[in-house]
Design a protein around this ligand. Sequence first.
Ligand code: ATP
Ligand code: MG
Length: 306
Amino acid sequence: MILTVTLNAALDVTYRVPRLEPHTTHRVREVVERPGGKGLNVARVLAALGHDTTVTGLVGGRTGEALRALLRQAAPGVADALVTVAGDTRRTVAVVDGTSGDTTMFNEPGPAISSEEWTAFLERYHELLADARAVALCGSLPPGLPVGSYAELVRAARSVGVPVLLDTSGEALRRGIAARPDMVKPNSQELTQLTGLTEPLRAAREARRRGARAVVASGGAEGMLAVTERGIWRAAPPRRLSGNPTGAGDSAVAGLLSATVEGLTWPDRLARAVALSAATVTAAAAGEFDRGRYEALLPQVSVTEQ
Ligand SMILES: Nc1ncnc2c1ncn2[C@@H]1O[C@H](COP(=O)(O)OP(=O)(O)OP(=O)(O)O)[C@@H](O)[C@H]1O
Ligand SMILES: [Mg+2]
């Protein structure tokens, strides 16, 4: 199976209001709740691609229970190996203004994790690695966890020979890269923050020098740039697509990881990641992907070697 890790899971709540006006009372026309957190998004896409997929991470309290129930409904093919903690799983609240279409986000920080809870999680993670063909470590760290936590998870995967992809940001990414993951997938902003460089090729090379075996830098509608031990490739969608880019990066991670497990070459991995993420931008709901669009886009992705 493929394992995804979401340490800071969230119950994503979307409110639709006719028009958002601060200092007034709103009638919410529609409330949608879905299981959130980047590793859960990656897992849903992996399962939709037909891969045996397990999620782990930390959840707790009533929101944690609600998240698990929604995950069972929304993604019956994903096995739940989440570890329960004492604190309440966070919510993220997105308020969509029906007039402008703009979204205003309220992200709760997440529960504080104790060192005992982290130790219990590490035990479960080690057990799961024994059956994993690859692992994706995704998203932010909840409060209370040391900033080197992802680095620890990268080392654990490497020590048992399981390919590991890291998709996080800031100091957690910096530390994680030094632990030598097989792949990282920063977006332009994360890569610039990491390296201090704005030119993607120089920045991706620098990230690789710091320890990542392969760097796949995503650049929104421009597509992706991969700097690997086998070569350097650029992959681009046939055109800029309009829609909701939320979760496009998570679909890219699912594309890269599934294609790696299937033994595809770098150009084919990138073509899949670009087509899948573009088909996420055009999907009706954030974080889903449009299968017909994915299949139509796949042969249209251009991949060029540098
Ligand atoms: N407007 C678009 N048109 C076509 N493809 C897009 C568009 N936006 C994003 N993509 C595809 O999605 C990939 C990932 O997008 P992006 O670089 O925004 O990731 P991200 O910031 O990590 O996203 P996330 O919010 O999910 O973490 C891009 O490399 C590209 O292939
Ligand atoms: Mg991202």
